[in-house]
Design a protein around this ligand. Structure first.
Ligand code: MF3
Ligand code: CO
Length: 249
């Protein structure tokens, strides 16, 4: 499948979708307090996305049963909301997709419920930092590998590993489009970035080994060694002048 370059009108629609995603993620962050269940956060997300005129893009995607992913501690991706009660110090990753008038955006944030330990705080900061490092490379003329290499170098410098087997992706007219946007190098390799590309940049880091396992529910991705993990993601437009975050608050 070829890469779809987006028109100015499509980018504007994605910006509106991005504002819905940002608003709801912000509200979820406020709501993620000790004692709250992950299903409670999902209910809030479904309701607010719809109130703001969007459709929860994850719900029903390949049979996914919820509006958001709630991944706690050693769960790094695609945690299904449920009865789990959040506790002080949990590292929670919230991942959310919005469809709006035929366009899609995707964004995720990691946070600590209440107060966390130093490792959790460093990991949450590092995964956002790794995203920023990758974002700086999302410039026309650079290559996909430059984004991955920047993310990987930043993560290593902070003492964390980049999880294996998962990456960012093109997005816009579908939730997942070409190309794959790697979280590792080498730099200078891969497709050249062009104005009009819209991509999700989404580093996933672990405090331990990079290998993951998928649970028998077919979704929940956990660190094989049980280590703490985090995820951070925005939908980014590669404009002629450089990267623009469409899901910014
Ligand atoms: N941000 C996640 C990804 O790009 C979203 C998964 S969609 C879901 O892989 F429906 F499977 F959750
Ligand atoms: Co994504």
């Amino acid at each position: 499948m070829p890469v779809v370059l987006k028109s100015a009108r499509e980018v504007e629609l994605m910006r509106v979708a991005g504002q819905i995603a940002a608003t709801v993620l912000d509200e979820l962050e406020q709501a993620a307090r000790p004692g709250v269940t992950t299903a409670g956060l999902d209910e809030l997300a479904c309701a607010r996305i719809r109130e703001l005129g969007g459709r929860p893009a994850f719900l029903g995607y390949r049979g996914y049963p919820a509006c958001i992913c709630t991944s706690v501690n050693e769960v790094v991706l695609h945690g299904i909301p449920g009865k789990r009660v959040l506790r002080e110090g949990d590292l929670l990753s919230l991942d959310l997709g919005v469809e709006y008038r035929g366009v899609f955006v995707d964004a995720a944030v990691s946070l600590i419920v209440g107060r966390g330990n130093e490792l959790a705080q460093r990991l949450v900061a590092a995964v956002e930092g790794a995203f920023r490092a990758g974002l700086e490379m999302a410039v026309p003329g650079r290559r996909l590998g430059d984004i991955g290499a920047a993310i990987e170098a930043y993560a290593r410098l902070q003492g964390f590993s980049v999880i294996e087997g998962y990456a960012g992706h093109g997005i816009g007219l579908a939730l997942h489009e070409e190309p794959t946007v790697p979280n590792t190098g080498p730099a200078g390799r891969g497709m050249r970035l062009r104005p009009g590309m819209t991509v999700s940049i989404e580093p996933m880091l672990s405090a331990g080994r990079p290998e993951t396992v998928v649970a028998s529910d077919g979704w929940t991705v956990s660190m094989r060694d049980g280590s703490l993990s985090a995820h951070y993601e925005h939908t980014v437009w590669i404009s002629p002048d450089g990267p623009v975050i469409l899901t910014a608050r």
